[in-house]
Design a protein around this ligand. Sequence first.
Ligand code: IPD
Ligand code: CA
Ligand code: CA
Length: 268
Amino acid sequence: MDETIRNDIYDQAVQWVLEAGTIIKDEMNAPLDIETKSNPNDLVTVLDKRIEAYFVKNIKEQYSNHLIVGEEGYGDSITSLKGTVWIIDPIDGTMNFVHQKRNFAISVGIYQDGVGEIGIIYDVMSDILYHAKKGEGAYKNKEKLPQLTTDVKLTNAIIGMNHFWLCKNRLVDETTTQDFVKEVRGTRSYGSAALEFAYTAEGIENGYLSLGLSPWDVAAGIVIVNEVGGVTTDIDGNKINMLEKSSILTCNPILQDEIISFLQRGRK
Ligand code: IPD
Ligand code: CA
Ligand code: CA
């Protein structure tokens, strides 16, 4: 992507993300009209919809040839990643948003012909913006994030993963995941995939595993993690297809092979 064009899109995207954060803060104490989607724990509120609609309206007005993939369905239905595609999760961590009013994020990834060019993750309540342009490093607000440490091994790693990994699940035998949890130094579960990617990029987690995520959960995070030397694949080590749901491993590259081989022991 041409640098001038990318800088313009990036500045505009950051402005909209910050404005969307202000809308959320201003309106989060009004009735949220909470509904459920795929299951009783899959929540959506009037603000998830309102924020996605806000992005779609602005993007379509300003960049009429860009395409949009959004969780709440206000964007386009796409079958290819050709062109400039915005991949948006208006509120990632809706359960946290509803129950805790914190620990949720706005996530915006911008891809050109399938290549991640811009990633923005905004922790709204902490007012922390994680952002990156491909090839230019990743930032936490104005601070440039260092490259990930080379001094880590599985036994002193902190890995983000939720408790469904320890229940009977369709991907890995639970005795293997229980052994994995005992092998690492600690696990964390923050309830927002986007924030787990941001924490992996920041190096406060050494990796994050998910049984299944959608493109809007990971699009921004992949760009940000890449910029500090991190890697993202599915749990078998395959490249992520940004048009489909998949399992996810994002981590410090030093841990990647070991985590994948560990989980393969119980892979179904
Ligand atoms: C969810 C969160 C959560 C992850 C789920 C996602 P949502 O996104 O990222 O941490 O475990 O798989 O669906 O629904 O709050 O946007
Ligand atoms: Ca999400
Ligand atoms: Ca969401």
